[in-house]
Ligand binder design. Structure first.
Ligand code: NIG
Ligand code: FE
Length: 438
């Protein structure tokens, strides 16, 4: 099946990707000219981009389309699709590289306590926070978890996310962790599901009343082998933070997991500089996320070791904490970074455009740099096919058609959805025939 897209004012192809690292870093992140083209038509065959060339050329090759029409799509008698973006911009599909996708329950009541002055750590000590979600999740059977997941991935899809990482971590015991991972796996079979990357976060919190040392042993000696045996996760993750899992155990479980063939990611330095990013650099994990309090030395060391720092601006936003200025520093220094939602019961946003808005409106990061952070750079931390996170001939068709003429508009509609519809391989997601408004 052929799909021809004409009429885009701007196409953010992100072609300043470094062929060695597969990423965009440093000053290239600020270069609109290198990363966004004008007057580009796109020809897709069987889900792969065949050609990107001036609109007129593509139109010529493909014959009869009327770009002046306000009709958004036309299907030919042969079943080929003509899409007219009517001047709206195209960007790559969004890659949400850090989500706690599946859990049950509701922690909305914690907000009032936080406003009264309780911190996230205080609530955790009172048995709230992660523990509350664990209780609800353990009571949730697999069909309920699948229903919950279905609803969430559909919402993420409608806001332009075409690839998503999904962590377990709200079961803590082996049975529930396996149930969460298997529910997440079965979401892949749903029509129009995003591409999913599965991460085992057994080391998310200690269950109440367990002896930490024996729980650590349980994770490595019992839970990890069960995860491996079921071949149900691609990566391991650890909440490495003072008060949760320490550096020594983090190193231990990451080494054990990597020896068994898992890739690795970490939560580090979310509340204090606990040396987590420094360890992440030594372990050469794919991505060390949060990292709001990491030292400059650790940031440099991580980047030199090829370790991406994944900023999650939704989390300081919901905590009422200041936004980090580390992103600007990463751009200036050429350090490796990306952004993601951190969707979880405490930060319930699946919107990558909202993450972009926080970076742009609150941290004054240019939209094109923020776009690379949630597309090609996020994809570089996962196992994705060519074309995810960028628009390239020979790559998979994975793109969003926006509501705005400028590609910068992808993150400039906070609280609203800047994505009109998406193309993921051969599927159209969220398409309606309504003419776009401005
Ligand atoms: O990444 N900090 C650790 N885990 C999650 C939050 C978990 C929760 O509060 O339920 C995070 O922010
Ligand atoms: Fe997280």
């Amino acid at each position: 099946m052929d799909t021809v897209i004409l009429g885009a004012s701007e196409v953010a192809h992100l072609s300043s990707v470094d062929p060695v690292t597969g990423r965009i870093d440093g000053s290239d992140l600020l270069n609109r000219k290198k990363n966004i083209g004008e007057d580009i038509g796109i020809h897709i065959r069987n889900g792969i981009i065949q050609r990107m060339a001036p609109n007129e050329e593509i139109q010529h090759e493909w014959g009869d389309i009327r770009p002046d029409t306000h009709q958004k799509m036309h299907i030919t008698p042969e079943g080929n699709r003509w899409i007219n973006t009517n001047g709206k911009a195209i960007v790559p599909g969004f890659v949400d590289s850090h989500t706690h996708l599946l859990w049950d329950g509701d922690r909305s009541h914690e907000m009032a306590l936080k406003i009264e002055g309780k911190t996230y750590q205080d609530l955790s000590k009172l048995g709230m926070g992660i523990s509350t979600t664990v209780k609800a999740t353990r009571n949730s059977d697999i069909s309920r978890l699948i229903e919950i997941g279905k609803n969430r991935i559909q919402r993420a899809r409608s806001m332009g996310t075409t690839t998503m990482e999904a962590k377990s971590g709200y079961g803590l015991d082996t049975d529930t962790e396996l149930r969460l991972l298997s529910a997440a796996k079965s979401l892949e079979d749903l029509h129009d599901a995003p591409a999913l990357h599965h991460t085992w976060l057994g080391a998310h919190a200690y269950p109440p009343d367990v002896h930490h040392q024996s729980w650590n042993e349980h994770l490595v000696d019992e839970q990890l082998p069960a995860i491996i045996e079921q071949n149900i996760a691609t990566s391991v993750d650890v909440f490495c933070e003072p008060g949760w899992f320490d550096l020594e155990f983090t190193e231990d479980i990451v080494h054990s997991s990597m020896r068994k063939g898992l890739r690795s990611r970490l939560h580090v330095d979310e509340f204090v500089d606990g040396g987590g990013l420094n360890l992440a650099a030594e372990l050469r994990v794919d991505s060390a996320d949060h990292a709001g309090y990491s030292s400059d030395d650790a940031r440099e060391k991580a980047s030199k070791a090829g370790v991406n720092t994944g900023f999650l601006p939704g989390t300081p936003y919901v905590h009422g904490d200041p936004m980090t200025n580390a992103i600007e520093q990463c751009i200036n220094e050429g350090w490796k970074w990306s952004m993601a939602t951190d969707f979880n019961p405490n930060c319930r946003s699946l919107s990558i455009p909202f993450v972009g808005s926080l970076a742009v409106h609150r941290m004054r990061i240019p939209p094109i740099a923020a776009l690379a952070a949630v597309t090609v750079n996020a994809a570089s931390t996962l196992d994705t096919p060519l074309g995810v996170g960028q628009l390239i001939e020979g790559g998979v068709a994975d793109l969003n058609i926006l509501q705005t003429e400028s590609a910068d508009g992808w993150c400039l509609m906070p609280g609203d959805n800047p994505v009109d519809f998406s193309i993921h391989h051969t599927s159209l997601i969220g398409y309606t025939s309504n003419t776009n408004s401005n």
